[in-house]
Write a protein that binds this ligand. Structure first.
Ligand code: RB5
Length: 154
């Protein structure tokens, strides 16, 4: 991750109720590994609408307050759809490391979504490690990323 910008190194993290325990375990894992985390909730197993959390994490990434975002819900799908509505956010749902790696190399994804009811916690840690460690390749991919960023909601 880029350590020379404001918000650099900060990882925003959030989940709905379906992924609350999952998020808490991932938090412990990343804190142990020295990451700076900002938790956007939820803070209990009480039911909460995943678009609220997806939006909060995505806005922090979009505004540069966090360099990257990690979001979790039951499938990882709903919360990623919400995050992808926010300008300059490129969220990917991953259940295996290959797509996580390629989404960084080629798509410069800045938010990673995982389904807590889909992916086991140890596999999730592996996916997150690879996604956080892999740099963006740039070059021929930049034009396409800019094309994505230029798309406007209709
Ligand atoms: C909550 O029951 C569930 O719908 C949510 O966690 C997520 O899977 C939505 O995509």
């Amino acid at each position: 991750m880029d350590v020379n910008k404001e918000g650099a190194g900060m990882v925003g993290i959030g989940s709905d109720h379906a992924a609350f325990d999952f998020k808490e375990e991932i938090k412990i894992y990343l804190l142990d590994r020295g990451f700076d985390l900002k938790d956007f909730g939820c803070h209990s197993r009480e039911r909460i609408d995943y678009p609220l959390i997806g939006e909060a994490v995505a806005r922090a990434v979009s505004m540069g307050r966090c360099e990257r975002g990690l979001i979790f819900c039951g499938t990882g799908v709903g919360i990623s759809i919400a995050a992808n509505k926010i300008k300059n956010v490129r969220a990917v749902v991953c259940s295996e490391p290959y797509s996580a790696k390629l989404s960084r190399l080629h798509n410069n994804t800045n938010v990673l979504s995982i389904g807590a009811r889909v992916v086991g916690i140890e596999l999730a840690k592996m996916i997150i490690d690879i996604w956080l460690e892999t740099p963006y390749e740039g070059g021929r991919h930049q034009k396409r990323v800019e094309m994505i960023n230029a798309l406007k909601a209709e």
